[in-house]
Structures are given as C-alpha cells and as structure tokens.
Design a protein around this ligand. Structure first.
Ligand SMILES: Nc1ncnc2c1ncn2[C@@H]1O[C@H](COP(=O)(O)OP(=O)(O)O)[C@@H](O)[C@H]1O
Ligand SMILES: Nc1ccn([C@@H]2O[C@H](COP(=O)(O)O)[C@@H](O)[C@H]2O)c(=O)n1
Length: 299
C-alpha cells in the first residue's frame, strides 16, 4: 500500500507518474505502486510553485497588518508563507532627488518612483520557485540598505503588498489572487502621521506637506484606479475579521489543492490564466492513477 508521504524527490522517476512522487514513501513504494512495469527515465527536477497574492491599498490602509493577520490565522501549518513589500523596490535616487526627498518634495507615490524592472524580475523568480533576493528599504535615508537583502526560498505563499502593486499590467498579471485594502482616508492620514513621526523620522509639517502635495493626489490618480482589478476588497483592513477569516479559509483550500502549470502536460484542464483580469481557480488534474493532493510541479 502506498503511503501518502512527502519525500525528497529522487532523480529517477517514471515520467508518466511524476506527480505521484510527493506521496510515496520511497522509490520502492513507487515501483510497487506502478507494478514494477514502468520504464524509468530521468525526470525533470520538481519544485514548489508559490502562490502569489497581491495586496494593494492606500498608504497606511493596513496592507501589512492584513498580511500579518492572514499569517497569524493560517496558524501552525507546514506551508511557508512570507510577506514582501513593494517599498523594497523604490528606485535609487539621484543626489538632486534625494535633496528633494529630504525636504518632503519628492513624489514617492507616482508609479515612476518604483524600479518596476527589478520588481518584475523578482516576482518572476519567486513565481518560478527560485531563491530570490529582496532588497531592504530604509524610509529614513530614502534608500536601499546595501548588503541587507533577505533571501526567499521555497515559499508556498507570498503576500506582496504595496500602494501600486496592481498598476503595471504585467506585474498585476503575475498575481494568483488580488486583494485591495479599502480604509477611510481620514483614518489613513491619522495613522500615517503617527507612523511617519514615530518610525520614519519625519516631522508633522513634512508629513502634511507630502500628503497634500503628492500622497493624496497620487492615490486618487493611480492607486484608487487599481481597485477594480481586485478579486476581493477588504473594507476597514485588519478590523474586518470576517473578510480575513474567509480569505484564510480560501488560502487553506488553495494550499490543499493541486496546482497545475501551463508548462505541464498534465495541466491541460487548468482554468488558470495569467491575463490579470480573471480569477485563478485552483485546479484538480487527473492523470490516470497519478493524482496528487499537493502543490508540486516540474520545471
Ligand atoms: N485596524 C487597525 N487598528 C489600529 N491601527 C492599525 C490598524 N491597521 C493598521 N494599523 C496601524 O496603522 C499603521 C499603518 O498600518 P500598515 O498595516 O503598516 O499599513 P500599510 O501597510 O497599508 O501602510 C501601523 O502603525 C499599524 O499598526
Ligand atoms: N522614502 C520614502 C518612500 C516612501 N514613502 C511613502 O511610503 C508610502 C508607501 O508605504 P506604505 O507602507 O504607506 O504603503 C507612500 O505613500 C510614500 O509616500 C516615503 O514617505 N518615503
């Protein structure tokens, strides 16, 4: 009897049954499972395919707090769930831009403030399940801290939060699920003032000047316009425990469901699309006896 257990993938597996590898005790179990008749040939390496969740919303809407709450409610799971922030991908500033930033006169809320090329590369690496370096951004100096990158490897779910994560269509299309945290703008401003004074080395005049000159107009022009791309809108952010609990149930369901690849020959019944405007439904694939209940797909 083949036991459904996760194993380190062996190098040689029957190609016709490569998706079964996670659930057999070892290669001999697999041979029993196949009745010793399968032709053994070198199979591609296997990897986990992370599920990417984009979390957009205005400044201080609670994007980070919602992500933390999701992780906390997912609780003790053998899945690896991580958060990354679009803030890590702010562009390096020229000397003149840095001078403006220190005066509160640089527009950090415009799409051009971000290094979308690097952001895209990183998301693609994550999506391909490769170890990925995430820069560390410092709001006090308005720059990335050299040598302080975080490496993300083997993630099952990656929550990617940021004010403009849905702005660029290509970036938007990389998310498997899109959330928009919708919090009243007065509340956001109040939280932003407090946070920027306590954590980001600003004074009240700078915060209010930056907010009225750049943050609010850019929210109206760019961020709010991306709300329509969300699969789910979370009014009131982390206060909305019902929305977050439902979301967590959905993520748990997704983590339990096999996920297929457009590159996989077993994925022909996949309803997943990367066009950005459609929900990605978890799919069940059936390949003879080789159904799995995992999250694995070949390179
Ligand atoms: N529901 C809430 N109630 C009270 N404070 C909150 C709530 N959600 C977030 N905050 C606080 O507001 C600030 C901004 O929240 P954060 O989650 O960092 O927002 P964002 O990631 O959207 O900028 C933080 O100081 C956070 O602790
Ligand atoms: N050097 C910087 C970079 C960004 N900001 C502001 O941060 C906001 C985005 O971060 P949230 O956590 O609030 O989503 C954005 O509104 C920028 O104005 C900054 O002040 N300084």
């Amino acid at each position: 009897m083949v036991q459904r257990k996760s194993v380190v993938p062996p190098d040689y597996l029957p190609l016709s049954c490569r998706f079964a590898m996670e659930f057999v005790e070892d290669v001999s179990d697999l041979r029993d499972f196949l009745g010793n008749t399968a032709v053994m040939r070198k199979a591609p390496q296997f990897r986990r395919d992370p599920y990417l969740i984009g979390v957009a919303g205005g400044t201080a809407s609670g994007k980070t707090t919602v992500c933390q709450e999701i992780i906390s409610l997912l609780g003790d799971t053998n899945k690896r769930v991580v958060i990354i922030s679009q803030d890590s991908f702010y562009r390096n500033l020229t000397d003149n831009e840095l001078k403006l930033a220190k005066e509160g006169n640089y527009n950090f809320d415009h799409p051009n403030a971000f290094d979308d090329k690097l952001f895209k590369e990183v998301l693609l690496e994550l999506k391909e399940g490769r170890p990925t370096k995430i820069p560390h951004y410092d709001f006090v100096t308005h720059s990335r801290i050299p040598g302080k990158e975080e490496i993300i490897d083997n993630a099952d779910v990656v929550l990617i939060e940021g004010i403009l994560v849905f702005y660029d269509p290509e970036i938007r299309s990389l998310f498997d699920m899109r959330l928009f945290v919708d919090t009243d703008s007065d509340i956001r401003l109040a939280r932003r003032v407090q946070r920027d004074l306590e954590e980001r080395g600003r004074n009240i005049a700078q915060v209010l000047h930056q907010y009225t000159t750049f943050v609010k107009p850019a929210f109206d022009e760019f961020c709010f316009q991306t709300k329509k791309f969300a699969d789910l809108i979370i009014p009131r952010g982390a206060e909305n425990i019902i929305a977050i609990e439902l979301l967590v149930q959905r993520i748990q369901e997704i983590l339990r469901t096999p996920r297929s690849s457009s590159t996989s020959s077993l994925a022909s019944n996949s309803s997943e699309k990367l066009n950005g405007e459609e929900n990605n439904k978890p799919t069940r694939f059936a390949a003879g006896d080789c159904q799995t209940n995992g999250f694995v797909r070949p390179h």
